[in-house]
Write a protein that binds this ligand. Structure first.
Ligand SMILES: Nc1ncnc2c1ncn2[C@@H]1O[C@H](COP(=O)(O)OP(=O)(O)OP(=O)(O)O)[C@@H](O)[C@H]1O
Length: 215
C-alpha cells in the first residue's frame, strides 16, 4: 500500500484554501510528517483523508491508496486507522476486549481471535494483561495497547495526530520507536502531524510543511 496526495487543498465554504496545494507520496512502511502553524489545517487534512471532514469544509485534489482514488469511498471502506493525542481505551472493556474490538472481521472464531489478541498483547509488552482494567495501565502501556488495537483492524494506512505530544520525554521516544517499528512491520503508509522536529527526524519519511496561501 502506498498513499499519494496530489494537489490537495482544504477550504472552508467560499474562503481561500487554508494552505498551498500539497503533493506527497508515502511508501509502504514509511511515515511522512505534516507540520505547519497552529490552525493551518493539519488535523483537517487528516480528517479529509479519513473521510470525516466536517460539512463546512471542501477538499480539492486527489488522494490515492495503492493507486485507487479513495475520496468517493465512505470512511469505513477506506480502512484508515487513526491515532490521537490521547490514547483512549474503552473504560468499560478489559484491555484484551479493547484489542479484540479492533480486530478485523477477517479473523474468525473465538480461539483464533483470542490468540490474535494474546499475540498483540505480547508484542506490546502486555502479556497476561487481557483482563486488566484499562485505568490500571501506565501511560506507555495505554499508548502501546491503543496502537495495537488500531493495527489489529488491519488498516490500509495510519494517520497520527500528535500522538506523542502528551508523553514525557523518555516515554515519548520509546512510544515513537514502537509506533514506527510497527508501521514498518505492517508495511502501511503513515502520516504524522507533529510540532516536534525530533518526531520528524525519527519518522524518517518525507516532511510536508503546510504553507499559508497568500491573498
Ligand atoms: N467546524 C468548523 N467550522 C469552521 N472552521 C473550523 C471548523 N473546524 C476547524 N475550523 C478551522 O479550520 C482551521 C484548521 O483547523 P485544524 O484543527 O485543522 O488546524 P491545525 O493545523 O490542526 O491546528 P493545531 O496545530 O492548533 O492543532 C482552523 O482555522 C480552525 O479554526
Amino acid at each position: 500500500m502506498s498513499l499519494e496526495l496530489t494537489g490537495v487543498q482544504v477550504r472552508i465554504a467560499a474562503e481561500p484554501p487554508l494552505f498551498q496545494p500539497i503533493d506527497l507520496s508515502v511508501a509502504p512502511g514509511q511515515t511522512a510528517t505534516v507540520m505547519g502553524r497552529s490552525g493551518i489545517g493539519k488535523s483537517t487534512l487528516l480528517d479529509a483523508i479519513a473521510g470525516h471532514l466536517a460539512p463546512v469544509f471542501t477538499l480539492d485534489g486527489q488522494v490515492r491508496l495503492d493507486g485507487r482514488d479513495i475520496l468517493h469511498l465512505p470512511p469505513e471502506a477506506r480502512r484508515i486507522g487513526l491515532m490521537f493525542q490521547d490514547a483512549v481505551l474503552f473504560p468499560h472493556l478489559s484491555v484484551g476486549d479493547n484489542l479484540a474490538f479492533g480486530l478485523s472481521r477477517q479473523t474468525r472464531g473465538r480461539v483464533a481471535r483470542r490468540s490474535a489478541v494474546d499475540a498483540a498483547l505480547t508484542q506490546a509488552g502486555l502479556s497476561g494483561m487481557y483482563d486488566r482494567d484499562p485505568a490500571s495501565l501506565s501511560g506507555g502501556q495505554r499508548s502501546r495497547a491503543a496502537l495495537m488495537r488500531t493495527l489489529l483492524a488491519q488498516p490500509s494506512a495510519l494517520l497520527l495526530d500528535e500522538p506523542f505530544s502528551k508523553l514525557d520525554v523518555g516515554l515519548r521516544q520509546e512510544i515513537r520507536d514502537f509506533t514506527f517499528q510497527h508501521i514498518r512491520a505492517c508495511a502501511i503508509p503513515a502520516l504524522l502531524v507533529t510540532h516536534d522536529p525530533q518526531d520528524m527526524a525519527a519518522a524518517g519519511g518525507p516532511p510536508v510543511h503546510l504553507q499559508p496561501v497568500r491573498t
